[in-house]
Design a binder for this molecule. Structure first.
Ligand SMILES: [Zn+2]
Length: 632
């Protein structure tokens, strides 16, 4: 065995099974995700910049810097949208140097520097609106939350450009926070987790252990039951009901819960404290066992944008904020690193193709905040939101997406997600390892991996066998592998790899019907259509003259996958099937009737063809009615 590369503190966490490759080690060079990355690169990032100008985010900083006069605009956390945009730009610059884009970002960084106060403090809302009110409202003030997004942007920008201006702004503020909060200092933490994972990242980049200590301090502050909660919800809204080591369920505000768990997992990655991992595992099982939507979406309630009770998963009133899905990707990614178990990659993939991607329109310029699984019409993506957390979150995820595809350990490489890509890394000896991956995934299940450079030494290539697939096959250099070794959901291929070796992985992709746990009351006796990782839906525009609420699925009808180049800009795989339209006329304007009154009425239903499209693509042809779950 040969050790793979690069043991730096920035990428090599002590308590982990698998390790991250530097962002530019994997390049998505074509196919499904390359399209979305290009859209983000060409359209979404610039749209975001204009919206930050239009919504007042940048003006708020100019006010704080004393460069203009006027009123603060928007919510208290508007600075965070700028930082998330900068983080997205940083990932973009890391893989695609672009002097024009860097100039635009450097100008924003100059503005941030101008707004920062002499002692390091930085928050445009507090500086402009309540200058005497630093740290006055930890529960809802979002000062530490905004600081966290600043730190994440600074770390990403430093890694991308090796410039230090933003990192210096971040560390000056972090030093002020470390001088303000801590044991023997001010107690308390932010109502919105975020700074925890940011401080761990700042520690990894600077090597300053005070930042790791501060992350642990903030995590340990939770669970004292002192936060105000929201509406009828108590401290659980803020994940403040129980200490993190005692948590046994996901609860409260879904984005807060995901961000906190990502931060706690980061702390585990550095400290290896078992009690943290045990609590995370309990929460994960609670989430997937009762609080997860088919799309990977999270948050059943509008009240508090929160998790509901187990099995409370309403299709129409689910919240499923785009940020909660992104938070789930971030948390599941860290759990995957820690454990090396495919279940976390499976959920990451489900969430990515469905609950996250639906957040962005095919034009790259409109966004969902909530991602329901049923719409009666009238719900559409918007160019920006009053609370605009989701749009720049989508931008930074798409720009950094390649980091989730491949990891390494002392035995070799692990491939978690499939897309046309080039993987470029090296053995500890310095000899390069270059693998090219070609696939039409998720539309086709064939993945071809070609070894372009290797030194002939023996190492293991692990390929994830997705949860929806139980019969993967592998052919190496034209020879089928008769007995596949699998481990924790990964096919393990060990051999002396040489340039020219070709691995062909086939994941049979058939459309399937999915049923839900019978305790999920809202969708009982309904079915959904899925093909590979992609969840499908019916949209009214494909079913003219039919009310989607009247449709029943014929579960005996065959499901046919048909490529429709014409349907939406880049083409879509459509699933054709058939069902019935139930005639509701005999209800005569009533909602309810005695069951006995049904006797004697004819129950008419007419067969109709159905055409399901990928869930992520709905509402790109108008604010149509849509449903994922279809009654039998
Ligand atoms: Zn959001």
């Amino acid at each position: 065995m040969h050790t793979f590369i690069l043991k730096t503190r920035e990428s090599y966490f002590p308590y982990t099974r698998w390790h991250m490759l530097p962002l530019d080690s994997v390049t998505l060079t074509g196919g499904f995700w390359s399209h979305w990355q290009n859209l983000n690169r060409r359209v979404t990032l610039q749209h975001g910049y204009h919206m930050l100008e239009q919504a007042g985010n940048l003006d708020n900083l100019r006010l704080a810097a004393g460069l203009i006069k006027g009123q603060y605009r928007g919510m208290v956390f508007l600075d965070s949208d700028i930082y998330k945009w900068l983080e997205a730009v940083a990932y973009e610059l890391h893989v695609n140097p672009n002097p024009e884009l860097q100039k635009q970002a450097d100008d924003v960084i100059e503005l941030i520097a101008a707004a920062q106060q002499s002692d390091g403090y930085l928050n445009s809302y507090v500086q402009v609106v309540r200058p005497d009110g630093r740290w006055a409202d930890l529960d809802f003030g979002h000062e530490l939350y905004c600081a966290g997004h600043l730190f994440q942007a600074a770390v990403a920008y430093h890694r991308a450009t090796r410039t230090t201006t933003l990192l210096e702004i971040a560390t000056r503020f972090a030093d002020l926070i470390a001088a303000t909060f801590g044991p023997e200092k001010r107690q308390g933490t932010c109502g919105h987790p975020e700074i925890e994972m940011a401080l761990v990242e700042l520690y990894r980049t600077t090597g300053k252990s005070a930042y790791l200590d501060l992350a642990k301090f903030f995590i340990d502050q939770r669970g004292k039951g002192v936060m105000r909660g929201m509406g009828w919800m108590g401290a659980e809204y803020h994940q403040d009901r129980v200490p993190v080591r005692q948590a046994d369920r996901v609860e409260g505000h879904a984005v807060r819960a995901m961000y906190l768990n990502a931060g706690v997992t980061d702390l585990y990655l550095e400290t290896g404290e078992q009690a943290l991992l045990d609590a995370l595992e309990r929460q994960w099982r609670d989430m997937v066992g009762g609080k997860l939507f088919l799309t990977g979406g999270l948050g059943s309630r509008y009240e508090g944008e929160a998790f509901g009770d187990p099995y409370e998963l309403p299709a129409d009133r689910c919240y499923c904020e785009t940020c909660a899905a992104i938070g789930s990707v971030m948390w599941n990614w860290r759990m995957l690193l820690v454990t090396g178990e495919a279940r976390f990659a499976d959920l990451l993939e489900r969430t990515l193709y469905n609950g996250v991607l639906s957040g962005l329109a095919l034009d790259g310029k409109h966004f969902f905040y909530m991602n329901p699984l049923l719409s009666r019409g009238g719900y559409a993506r918007e160019p920006w939101h009053h609370v605009a957390c989701c749009p720049p979150n989508v931008m930074r995820l798409l720009a950094s997406l390649a980091q989730y595809f491949v990891t390494y350990d002392d035995t070799g490489l692990q491939v978690h997600l499939y897309n046309t890509a080039v993987i470029n890394t090296a053995l500890a000896s310095g000899h390069p390892v270059v693998v090219s991956m070609q696939t039409d995934y998720p539309w086709q299940g064939q993945v071809k991996l070609s070894i372009q450079d290797a030194d002939g030494s023996t190492w293991r290539l692990r390929l994830r066998e997705p949860e929806w697939c139980s019969n993967a096959t592998v052919v190496i250099n034209g020879q089928p592998v008769e007995k596949l070794t699998t481990e924790s959901g990964y096919v393990v291929l060990e051999r002396a790899w040489r340039p020219g070796d070709v691995v062909e992985l086939t994941l049979p992709l058939e459309p399937t019907l999915v049923e839900a746990h019978p305790r999920i009351d809202a969708i009982r006796d309904s079915l959904a259509i899925q093909r590979g990782p992609v969840v499908y839906c019916l949209e009214a525009v494909d079913h003219p003259h039919i009310d989607l609420m009247d449709i029943r699925l014929d579960e005996t009808a065959p499901l046919r996958a048909v490529w429709r180049e014409d349907l939406l800009p880049q083409g879509l795989m459509v699933i054709q099937s058939s069902g019935y339209v139930v005639d509701g006329e005999d209800w005569q304007g009533h909602l309810y009737r005695r069951l006995s009154d049904r006797d004697g009425l004819s129950r008419k239903s007419n067969p109709v063809p159905l055409a399901a499209i990928p869930y992520y693509a709905w509402a790109n042809r108008g604010a149509n009615p849509m449903r994922v779950w279809i009654p039998r």
